[in-house]
Design a protein around this ligand. Structure first.
Ligand code: NAD
Length: 289
């Protein structure tokens, strides 16, 4: 199998290629920083069952849509096929709408939404020709629910979920092509550190507490099980996050009431310069450890 993973230089994407390398699939590692991708490749070779020729480092900026066709051709030249495209690259947001430049919203849509669509558009004709393949998109619980300080991120992830649910129905005549939305809750990674803030040139930039988040390895293991079983949508989270997602799905009026209460605290923390999530989840975790 040939698996192409975007955002393979960090977090969920990085862990995903480590676990995939142990399964003996050929890998294409994409992100913007070639040095980081080379580091990840070296670790895949050290820990996995792959040889140098089985891993292609392919630098790619998801927002540079004009480069996506050539990148796809390069993968096909190298391996002759693409079995799975994992649309994983993305950025989050930590800022209030009233304080945020419209450019931040544009960037989140360009990267998380249009960049993902563009790469999918390049790869899909090849899957249609072979009548098989998997398009796996790392969405988020924030593609289902919404939380304050992430309005642009939520919008981009909701858009992605709507798009891929629609694409799946357009591909109904190709039952060998699987379209899968993976929706994790909080997972340990650099997502908050790399999140956009009020200006497009400004990211959060600091390490935040991660102990209330799911271990990256656990999230990726559950992703792989979902992929192996062709699941169409997967919610990967512990409680209370999973419970909140169920509330949003089945009892939205209650969910909005609860989100207003929790959200108020989140905004307070943010305004004090604290990590928006850590303080109240720390209390919850201590009670339940
Ligand atoms: N960590 C979480 O809590 C969490 C929860 C739900 C969903 N997600 C989603 O998981 C995916 C991976 O995020 P992560 O948590 O590993 O964060 P991360 O910041 O550790 O990794 C993000 C990856 O995307 C890449 N990337 C960013 N901008 C890019 C661009 N313009 N072109 C190409 N690559 C680019 C980064 O280089 C990095 O490799 C994202 O789509 C994110 O929305 C994360």
């Amino acid at each position: 199998m040939v698996v192409w993973v975007t955002g393979a230089s960090s977090g969920i994407g990085e862990e995903l290629v480590y676990q995939l390398s142990k399964l003996g699939v050929s890998l294409v590692l994409s992100a913007r920083r070639v040095q980081e991708l080379e580091r990840v490749k070296r670790r895949c070779l050290e820990n996995g069952n792959l040889k140098d020729k089985d891993i292609l480092v392919l630098p790619l900026d998801l927002t540079d849509r004009s480069s996506h066709e050539a990148a796809t051709k390069m993968v096909l030249q190298e391996f002759g096929k693409i079995d799975i495209l994992v649309n994983n690259a993305g950025r989050s947001q930590r800022s209030l709408f009233v304080e945020t430049s419209l450019d931040v919203y544009k960037e989140l849509i360009e990267l998380n939404y249009l960049g993902t669509l563009s790469l999918t558009m390049c790869v899909l004709p090849h899957m249609i020709e072979r009548k098989q393949g998997k398009i796996v998109t790392v969405n988020s619980l924030l593609g289902i629910i919404s939380a304050p300080l992430s309005s642009g991120y939520c919008a981009s992830k909701h858009a992605l979920r709507g798009f891929f649910n629609c694409l799946r129905t357009e591909l109904a005549t190709y039952p060998g092509i699987v379209v899968s939305n993976i929706c994790p809750g909080p997972v340990q990674s650099n997502i908050v550190k790399n999140a956009l803030s009020e200006e497009v040139t400004k990211s959060v930039g600091i390490d935040v507490a991660q102990s209330h988040k799911m271990a990256t390895s656990r999230c990726v293991r559950l992703m792989l099980i979902s992929m192996a079983n062709d699941l169409k949508e997967v919610w990967i989270a512990d409680h209370p996050f999973l419970l909140i997602a169920y509330l949003w799905q089945y009892m939205p009026t209650w969910a909005w009431w609860l989100t207003n209460i929790l959200g108020k605290k989140r905004i307070e923390n943010f305004k004090k310069g604290l990590d928006a999530d850590a303080s109240y989840f720390k209390t919850w975790k201590t009670k339940h450890d």
